[in-house]
Design a protein around this ligand. Structure first.
Ligand SMILES: [Zn+2]
Length: 242
């Protein structure tokens, strides 16, 4: 997906289509960011740059220590922006790592599209999302727009197993709702559900009983297990009670 997808999306979400966003600035940030190498587990330069850029906008940003646990030289970047409106905080997130080959990316602009020049990916996934958030923040600042409290999380090593998100300090988060700028589709489309996977390891103990004297007081472990499995929901469900 292109940078303008995110431009339209953020424009719709935050500014309701009433564009104050600086397209040229957005594009130049994007071209700039994709040239910072940040393959998964090698996001040091990108995480440092994001802290610097958020700080230079006057926000308190810092890098956490998720890199150690994730096996990366970079860290998640976190920033809390107090609101000027008395509303619930909201979190915006995007990941800063890219897939391979993502070293030495040279972006070119052709026919209204940003493309990769050489044998690398472009890195639009997910630098486009990061740029959308950054441009929104710059616009808010520039026009002194009223806004709710916001939290920003730029995570590391998403492409290799969501390692940054897994090692994020969730106790620190204030928002109950988040918008993750990392999907395709038309501008304005928001995905609210996705398939997931849960592994359940269980030991089920039955209860022995004399087959002749009191078979009814026995409990079959297999029956209990079978009942649990057959109670598994067949549709999307938030909870599975067993
Ligand atoms: Zn992505």
């Amino acid at each position: 997906m292109g940078i303008f997808y995110w431009y339209n999306l953020i424009n719709n979400i935050i500014f309701r289509g009433n564009s104050m966003i600086n397209k040229e600035r957005l594009l130049s940030t994007f071209v700039d960011y994709v040239q910072i190498d940040s393959e998964s587990k090698n996001e040091k330069a990108m995480s440092e740059r994001l802290v610097k850029d958020l700080s230079s906008l006057g926000f308190e940003a810092y890098a956490d220590e998720s890199g150690k646990a994730a096996g990366s030289n970079g860290n998640n970047v976190y920033c809390y922006i107090p609101g000027t409106l008395d509303l619930e905080p909201i979190l915006f997130s995007a990941h800063m790592d890219t897939v391979t080959p993502g070293i030495g990316i040279e972006p070119i602009i052709e026919d209204g599209y940003v493309k990769s020049k050489g044998n690398t990916i472009l890195g639009g996934d997910n630098k486009a999302g990061i740029c959308a958030v950054m441009e929104a923040l710059k616009t808010i600042k520039e026009h002194d727009l009223p806004h709710r409290p916001m939290e920003i999380v730029f995570s590391i090593s998403e492409e290799v197993g969501l390692l940054g998100a897994k090692n994020l300090d969730y106790n620190n988060l204030k928002s109950k709702k988040a918008i993750i700028l990392d999907s395709g589709g038309n501008a304005g489309k928001i995905i609210v559900q996705a398939p997931g996977q849960a592994k359940i390891y269980a030991k089920i103990f039955g209860k022995a009983a004399h087959a002749g004297n009191s078979p009814e007081s026995g409990i079959s472990a297999i029956m209990v297990g079978a009942e649990a499995v057959s109670n598994k929901p067949r549709n999307y469900s938030k909870y599975w009670d067993i």
